[in-house]
Design a protein around this ligand. Structure first.
Ligand code: NAI
Ligand code: MG
Length: 509
């Protein structure tokens, strides 16, 4: 009998050859020398399908209201101006808050909870229809990879609206035995790291509980909020129920100090959180603060190491580390230290840093020049305090704000990089010998927002979880969100919870 040999076929993905011609090992070695395991062709998200105005007025009482001053918002990946947005003055804030109060008194607090739910569902559905547009604009304005905005920011934002739309007519079930009512006008101030998502976290529960809103975007990322204003118009939300303005810290403080804002929700730096807390002390304003973090990601020796490496990567490098719950402190058990370093070093090489609109990009641009300076300053302190720096050697674009994925070894607990929030793609690695030492080190922080635990043993997970003082602890995964689970911190990470049934509490009395 004749033996037949099958013809060798190169593996393909969607018809294109996966391996380059020639010797594969040689190819990997060659490309590894260039510090990327694989060379990808660009796959740029076409920004032509989005519609953006060159100038955005303020969205007050359902209309676009002109103001005296405007400022530019730029694309941090190329430093080009995308649009101009209004700078809300004390007068504009007053106009917005009064419009919200009127809408509260005349409409929103009067219509049935079921009707409120219908509007919120409508908002969710319209965002869903415009998901791609929202994702591209988010990436252009803030620098995050479109993979992230498309896969995380936008779907989670609309999921929040869907989730809280469902609660609107079920508040009696959320608070059994209690007679809860809405508060009035909610003043909401959000940061630049998840603009649309933070807006959804704040607007959705506020509306579901019957409150009206004045929300301010962060200086560098106003655009998706103004697109959200267009959604509110399309949903025919009654005028004044949601007012969207842009401005800086001063605009924010006008919202906080306006006598008619009865509830303040803030996400941002601990420093500003403390100012707001002082300003609202002794007033009748309800307050929730979601501030910074310095999360410990703990890897025990029995952990699934490859999975843990991916958890570390998504916990600190995707999204440039611009995440309050970023796993920025890695605690590795001594016995697996070397293998973790080795695998991490290897994985770092394959992270693709560059154009946020390229669908292959893993790490995008740093959000602003100011943030880049802050990252550089802290990294410098790490070096001068004696930690050892390891960086990806990837090429960086000439224009824009970039920082190489970085990690530090030989980090001591006293180093600034082990204590301060860097908010960049920079990981500080510490080691431990026993579970007790891991917990002690994890809790040795002013913050208490989140943490991660990697181990094969369920009992070890539960034992560790019960001792870690953090609002969210992931086990054998990292940075996973769901609108049904509450999120928030302990200690200097703030107080109050957003998301879930608990997230309603902040918006009722
Ligand atoms: P920030 O706290 O100054 O800004 C956040 C928001 O608060 C912005 O909308 C800003 O306009 C507003 N704001 C500023 N001062 C205010 C005031 N006195 N009253 C009311 N609102 C005010 O944060 P920034 O300067 O953008 O970033 C600084 C650091 O904060 C980052 O490097 C990072 O470490 C941390 N941060 C933490 C975030 C988180 O999600 N927890 C988000 C953004 C920044
Ligand atoms: Mg911008």
């Amino acid at each position: 009998m004749k033996t037949r040999t099958l013809p060798f076929k190169k593996p393909t993905v969607n018809g294109s050859i996966l391996f380059p011609p020639g010797n594969v090992t040689e190819y990997i070695e060659k490309t590894e020398k260039k510090n990327s395991a694989w060379v990808y062709s660009k796959s740029i998200e076409d920004p032509k399908h989005i519609s953006l105005k060159q100038k955005y007025d303020l969205f007050i009482n359902g209309k676009w209201i002109k103001t005296n001053k405007y400022f530019d918002t730029i694309n941090p990946s190329n430093e080009k101006v995308i649009a101009q947005v209004g700078y809300a003055s004390v007068k504009d804030v007053d106009l917005a808050v009064k419009a919200a109060q009127k809408a509260y008194d005349k409409v929103w607090n009067r219509i049935s909870p079921k009707e409120r739910g219908k509007y919120i569902y409508r908002i969710a559905r319209i965002i869903q229809e415009k998901a791609r547009e929202f994702a591209v604009i988010e990436s252009m304005d803030g620098g995050k990879p479109v993979k992230e905005s498309k896969g995380i920011d936008v779907p989670l934002a609309l999921a929040h609206f869907f989730y809280y739309a469902g609660w609107a007519d079920k508040l009696d079930y959320a608070f059994p035995g209690k007679n809860v009512s809405s508060i009035g006008v909610a003043g909401q101030i959000i940061p630049w790291n998840f603009p649309l998502l933070m807006a959804a976290w704040k607007i959705a529960p506020a509306l579901a509980c019957g409150n009206t809103v004045v929300i301010k975007s962060a200086e560098t990322t106003p655009l998706t909020l103004f697109k959200l204003a267009e959604v509110m118009q399309e949903a025919e939300l009654p005028d004044g129920v949601v007012n969207i303005i842009s401005g800086d810290g001063q605009t924010g403080s006008f919202i906080v100090n306006h006598p008619l804002t009865k509830k303040i929700a803030f996400t941002g730096s601990t420093e500003v959180g403390k100012i707001i807390m002082r300003q609202t002390a002794g007033t009748d304003k309800k307050l929730t603060l979601e501030l910074g973090g310095k999360a410990a990601n703990i890897i025990f020796e029995d952990a699934p190491i490859d999975a843990a490496i991916e958890g570390i990567i998504s916990g600190i490098y995707f999204n440039q580390g611009h995440v309050c719950c970023a796993g920025s402190r890695l605690l590795v058990q001594e016995s697996i230290k070397n293998i973790v370093f080795k695998k991490l070093t290897h994985r770092l090489k394959s992270l693709r840093v560059g154009d946020p609109l390229d669908k292959n990009t893993d790490v995008g641009a740093i959000n602003s020049k100011m943030q880049l300076e802050k990252i550089k300053l802290l990294v410098k302190s790490g070096i001068s305090e004696g930690a050892v720096i390891h960086q990806s050697e990837c090429e960086l674009p000439d224009k824009g704000y970039w920082f190489r994925p970085t990690f530090f070894t030989e980090v001591a607990q006293s180093h600034r990089i082990a204590n301060e929030e860097i908010f960049g793609p920079v990981l500080s690695i510490l080691t431990f010998r026993t579970p007790a030492e891991a917990v002690e080190k994890a809790n040795n922080t002013f913050y208490g927002l989140s943490a991660g635990v990697w181990t094969d043993k369920g009992s070890k997970i539960f034992k560790t979880l019960s001792k870690i003082r953090a609002g969210v602890v992931w086990s054998n995964t990292y940075n996973k969100f769901n609108p049904a689970s509450p999120f928030g911190g302990y200690k200097e990470s703030g107080f109050g919870r957003e998301g879930g049934r608990q997230g309603l509490e902040a918006y009722v009395k």
